[in-house]
Design a protein around this ligand. Structure first.
Ligand code: UDP
Length: 540
C-alpha cells in the first residue's frame, strides 16, 4: 500500500463525517406512488428497527417533497404490482445528528436496486412481476446497469426459482434477512428503489376482476430481448436445442395438481394430427434450462392454464400456444397467457380450449381450501358451487369457487380439442408467417402549404400541398398514403380524405370567407399512422 493512500479507517471516518454533514439525498421520477422510482445517495437501513432511514443533513434533498402525502398511501410501490398495500416503500426521517446515538454505520458502496419480489413461488409471478421489471429497471438507470446488486426486501424465502433471479446480475442478490449479518446500520451510497412497471401486461384482480392492464407499454420485441438474455445465461439458446426445422410439439404438464388425465392419449393425438414429434416437459422433471431449450425450439406449446405457461415467452416466433381450461372456467376471464401471446410483435398464435363436459372433470372438494377444497364451506354454498356451470367473475385471490374449479383434473376430449385448434385456422404449429417486427412510423409531412381562392359569391377552393416525410427516403415502404382533415374553424366536425399524392385541391363544401384548419399526416402500409404536421390555417 502506497504511503499516500489513505487507510480504510481514515476513509471510513471521512465517510461517516460526510454522512453526518450532508445527509441523505433523494430524487425520484414519477408523479404518483404507482409510477415512482427513486434514486438515493446515502440511504440507510436500520436492521434493528427494520426501517429505511433518511438522514437530514446540510446537503439533503427530497424530491418529490410530499410532506404528509408521503404516507397517503406511500412514497412508492416496491414491487411491480400496482398499488398493493403490502408492497409499499417508505422511510423514517432523522436529523443527521442522531447518527451519534446510533450504531456505527456500515457502508455499501456498490450500486443497489432495492425492490420486492411479489410471489417468488409462482413462475408466472417470478417472470411477470420480478424478472422482467428488474431486468428493464437495471437498464433504465446508468447508475445501475446489468451488473448492479439486487436487494430484495419482501422477506420471503429464496423460493424454488431463486436461480432465475441470480441470472440477472453477476452479483448474488441480497435478501432482507442478510442485512442483519452485514451490520446494524447499513448505508447505501447509491440506491435505486422501486421497479419499472413498463413491462407488465396483466393485473391480478385486486380491485377489479383480473385482466390485461388498461395500458400495456411493452411489445414482443422487449419480451424476446429479455427471453434471449435468460436463455443465453442458462446456456439454453434455441441453437442448442433439437435441430431446427424439425417441428415438434411440447406438452407442458403439471404433475401435482390440475392434471391432464389422458396425457398419453393427448400426446399421441397431437403427434398424429400434426405429424410432429411430441414431448412432455414439467417443472418437476426438467431443469429450467431444459425447459427453455425445449420450448425455445417448439412449434406448439400445449398446457393447462397455469404459471408454467409463462414459458411461452421462450417460444420461437410463429409458434402456437394452446391453453386448456378446466370445466366451468371461462377462458375469456383468465388471460395472462393470451395477453402475452397477443402482445404486438410477439408473433405467437393463441388458442384456448375449455372442457365443457362435466363427466370429463375430476373435482377435489376435500382438499385444503388453497388447493380448491370446499368442505369448509356451509352446505348450501357447496351445493351452489357444485351446480354452477361457470365461475362468476371475481376478485383475487381466495374465491373458493374459482379455486375449486381451477384445481380440477381434466380428461381432454381429443376430438373437441383438435377441432378447436383446426378452427383457429392460422394456428397450425409454426414457425408460420411472423410479421416483420417493428413496422416503422412515418414522420411529419414537410413543407405543408395551403392556398385559398374564391370563385364568385358561393364557391371557394383550398389547394393543399406537402412534401414526403423526412424518414421515407431511408425506408422501403411501398404503400404511402396521406390523410388530410379539413375543419372549419370553431367547429368540432371535420372532413377526412385519404390521398395518394402530395397535393390536392378541395372544392366540395368549401365556403368563401371562411377560415379552415388543415391537418395532414402520412400513413405507411395502411395502418402505420404518423403524427400530424403543424396545423395549416387557411382563409378563403
Ligand atoms: N406447479 C407445478 N406443477 C404442479 C403444480 C404447480 O410446477 O403440478 C407450479 C406452477 O407452475 C407454479 C407454482 O407451482 O409455478 C404454483 O402453482 P399454483 O397452482 O399455485 O399457481 P398457478 O399455476 O395457478 O399460477
Amino acid at each position: 500500500r502506497g504511503a499516500r493512500e489513505p487507510s480504510p479507517e481514515a476513509d471510513y471516518e471521512a465517510a461517516v463525517r460526510a454522512l453526518e454533514e450532508e445527509g441523505t439525498r433523494m430524487v425520484c421520477t414519477g408523479r404518483t406512488h404507482t409510477d415512482r422510482l427513486c434514486r438515493f445517495q446515502a440511504l440507510c437501513y436500520s436492521t434493528e428497527a427494520g426501517e429505511f432511514v433518511f438522514f437530514h443533513g446540510n446537503a439533503s434533498v427530497m424530491l418529490p417533497s410530499l410532506g404528509p402525502r408521503r404516507f397517503q398511501p406511500a412514497l412508492l410501490d416496491l414491487s411491480s404490482v400496482e398499488d398493493h398495500s403490502a408492497q409499499y416503500f417508505n422511510f423514517v426521517e432523522l436529523p443527521a445528528g442522531a447518527l451519534r446515538a446510533l450504531p456505527r454505520p456500515r457502508f455499501v458502496s456498490e450500486a443497489v436496486l432495492i425492490a420486492n419480489r411479489f410471489n417468488p413461488d409462482n413462475l408466472m409471478h417470478v417472470f411477470h412481476d420480478d424478472l422482467l421489471p428488474v431486468f428493464y429497471t437495471m437498464r433504465q438507470f446508468p447508475g445501475l446497469g446489468p451488473e448492479a446488486r439486487l436487494l430484495f426486501m419482501e422477506g420471503r424465502p429464496p423460493g424454488p426459482h431463486f436461480d432465475l433471479y441470480r441470472l440477472l446480475s453477476p452479483h448474488a442478490p441480497l435478501m432482507r434477512e442478510h442485512l442483519g449479518g452485514l451490520g446494524r446500520l447499513l448505508c447505501f451510497s447509491q440506491a435505486y428503489v422501486g421497479l419499472s412497471k413498463a413491462t407488465t401486461w396483466y393485473q391480478y384482480g385486486f380491485v377489479q376482476p383480473q385482466g390485461p392492464k388498461a395500458s400495456i407499454l411493452v411489445s414482443g420485441v422487449e419480451i424476446r430481448r429479455f427471453a434471449g438474455f435468460v436463455a443465453e445465461r442458462l446456456n439454453a439458446t434455441a441453437g442448442k436445442g433439437p435441430p431446427r426445422g424439425e417441428g415438434y410439439i411440447v406438452v407442458f404438464s403439471r404433475t401435482v395438481n390440475r392434471l391432464i388425465l389422458n396425457e398419453a392419449e393427448l400426446l399421441l393425438a397431437l403427434a398424429q394430427e400434426f405429424r410432429m414429434k411430441t414431448v412432455t416437459v414439467s417443472l418437476e422433471d426438467h431443469t429450467f434450462a431444459d425447459v427453455v431449450r425445449l420450448v425455445g425450439g417448439a412449434s406448439m406449446l400445449v398446457s393447462v392454464h397455469g404459471a408454467q405457461l409463462v414459458t411461452a415467452l421462450f417460444l420461437p416466433r410463429g409458434a402456437t400456444v394452446v391453453e386448456l381450461f378446466p370445466y366451468a372456467v371461462n377462458p375469456d376471464h383468465y388471460t395472462p397467457y393470451k395477453t402475452l401471446a397477443g402482445l404486438p410483435h410477439m408473433d405467437l398464435h393463441y388458442v384456448a380450449w375449455q372442457n365443457t363436459k362435466q363427466e370429463n372433470t375430476v373435482t377435489h372438494p376435500d382438499r385444503p381450501w388453497d388447493q380448491g377444497g370446499i368442505a369448509h364451506l356451509d352446505r348450501a354454498e357447496q351445493e351452489r358451487i357444485l351446480k354452477s356451470r361457470e365461475v362468476p367473475r371475481h376478485l383475487c385471490c381466495r374465491n373458493p369457487e374459482w379455486l375449486f374449479r381451477i384445481y380440477q383434473d381434466t380428461k381432454v376430449d381429443i376430438p373437441s380439442l383438435l377441432q378447436t385448434i383446426r378452427g383457429a385456422g392460422r394456428a397450425r404449429p409454426g414457425p408460420g408467417d411472423p410479421q416483420t417486427p417493428g413496422g416503422l412510423y412515418p414522420s411529419k409531412v414537410k413543407e405543408a402549404r395551403c392556398r385559398a381562392s374564391v370563385q364568385g359569391a358561393s364557391q371557394a377552393r383550398l389547394s393543399v400541398s406537402w412534401q414526403v416525410p423526412w424518414n421515407l427516403k431511408f425506408l422501403k415502404v411501398k404503400d404511402v398514403q396521406y390523410e388530410v382533415w379539413i375543419q372549419e374553424q370553431g367547429e368540432n366536425a371535420y372532413m377526412p380524405y385519404i390521398l395518394n399524392h402530395q397535393n390536392h385541391t378541395f372544392a366540395d363544401n368549401i365556403k368563401p370567407f371562411t377560415t379552415y384548419l388543415v391537418w395532414i399526416r402520412c400513413i405507411f402500409g395502411r395502418n402505420l399512422l404518423g403524427p400530424f404536421a403543424d396545423v395549416l390555417v387557411c382563409s378563403t
